[in-house]
Design a binder for this molecule. Sequence first.
Ligand SMILES: Nc1ncnc2c1ncn2[C@@H]1O[C@H](COP(=O)(O)OP(=O)(O)OP(=O)(O)O)[C@@H](O)[C@H]1O
Length: 249
Amino acid sequence: MDRIMADNTGEGASGVPGGFLELRGVTKRYPGRVALRGATFSIPRGRIVGLLGPNGAGKTTLIKILAGILGGYEGTVRIDGQVPGAYTKSIVSYLPDRSSLPHWMRISDAVAFFSDFYADFDRAKAMELIGRLRLNPAERIAKLSKGTCEKVQLVLAMSRTAGLYVLDEPIGGVDPAARDVIMDTILTQYCENSTLLLSTQIIGDVERVFNSVIFLRNGEVILNEEVDAVRERYKRSVDGLFREVFKCC
Ligand SMILES: Nc1ncnc2c1ncn2[C@@H]1O[C@H](COP(=O)(O)OP(=O)(O)OP(=O)(O)O)[C@@H](O)[C@H]1O
């Protein structure tokens, strides 16, 4: 399995060299630890890609680099041809793995804050999503359950008209029924010309939305493949392949 997968890293899963998002040899070291080891891949516009790996594989590290909030890495990252910085932050919508919203805010304050901060934020869309997800705009962030807080963060991230959405574990804290609602929300809000990279460990419920998947193990990209090709080549679902590859992790 390892040998087969080694053939499936590198250029984009679509086989298209070059893309909207490009990583070449990205290595990130923390003191005493290497979180990413030469990560190389390319994603064209208009793709929904699952970034999959067990705990500590480097998913959050990679996503923070793309969000422009983590530097000090080796290799190159290009988003729409630019290194992470002010321009890429203006076109990248980031959903963090932990809530970064001030606890004193009400949901409506968070919407107003995002609306002031991001030129591409669509307030009407946010309010519509809040209604659809049955959130109460008057509720304080401090009082929200983990899953409800995730829904709020998702609303905020998906209400931007971004070129790249990077969503770090958007469904980690919600029940299976809510996962479907969240994934449907992502699918309906995502515009065809955008690129979406979503990290998760809950694969079975969400693999239907992915065009392709990237497996990260110990900071290394060990698979970068179209979902249909995974099913055909390995005769398994992405979830099945993930369980097999990572059963010893
Ligand atoms: N600030 C930090 N300082 C030192 N080590 C870190 C730091 N952040 C992450 N690491 C380490 O880097 C590695 C990758 O962590 P990362 O959070 O990117 O993985 P992950 O795939 O997102 O994991 P999880 O699914 O558990 O969230 C881990 O070994 C982690 O302990």
